[in-house]
Design a protein around this ligand. Structure first.
Ligand SMILES: [Zn+2]
Length: 198
């Protein structure tokens, strides 16, 4: 790429995108270079708008529009006796898409991972403890069945031990090491329906 500093710059930015496999860098760069100016403008505007307009719900930490209310915390149609604790907002969307859950959520913001420098203080456990009141009678721990997810579930359960509240977790209908993100709808519904005491 010598003599093409602009292309080098684009590839360098793409390299900083986590989860983008390096073997796909050139394909993604090619996709951007092939866009019409209008498509590029629309893409950039959407990223900027999402960045500017989405905030985390102060109660459950799910994304919400800056100008609106959280669709989960404020909905009278949801079952406010249940709180399902998930690692990330995309796990929340997997559960939501399954159609098998109508309670509230709590997004921790990740899982314990000493290697990545993520400790208990980086997760929204304090916020979870603060929001639990008399109206909630069950907490479902829906962390991923990975070592990090299981350590996180144990940590949350320990933090909740003085709350005299029922704590359950998803049934093990999923392969060990499985993450919610890649589960199909029926498996998610089954894991929720057959949840067991933690
Ligand atoms: Zn909320």
């Amino acid at each position: 790429m010598d003599g093409l500093p602009t292309l080098q710059g684009l590839l360098k930015q793409l390299q900083r995108v986590p989860y983008l496999a390096s073997k796909n860098l050139y394909r993604v760069a090619n996709h951007f270079l092939s866009m019409t100016p209008e498509q590029l403008e629309q893409f950039c505007r959407q990223v900027r708008e999402a960045h500017e307009r989405l905030i985390k719900c102060p109660r459950c930490c799910a994304w919400q529009e800056q100008t609106g209310n959280c669709q989960f915390c404020s909905s009278p149609k949801r079952d406010h006796r249940l709180i399902c604790v998930v690692e990330t907002w995309y796990d929340l969307h997997t559960l939501e898409k399954s159609g098998g859950y109508t309670g509230e959520y709590h997004v921790l913001g990740g899982a314990l991972s000493p290697l990545d420098g993520i400790g208990a203080e980086d997760l929204s456990i304090d916020r979870l403890l603060r929001r639990i009141d008399g109206s909630c009678n069950e907490i479902i721990l829906a962390m991923n069945q990975t070592p990090e997810g299981e350590a996180t579930a144990a940590l949350v359960a320990r933090a909740l031990r003085n709350k005299s509240i029922k704590i359950t977790c998803l049934a093990r209908g999923v392969p060990v090491g499985g993450t919610l993100e890649y589960m199909d709808r029926l498996t998610v519904c089954k894991a929720l329906l057959e949840r067991r005491d933690f």
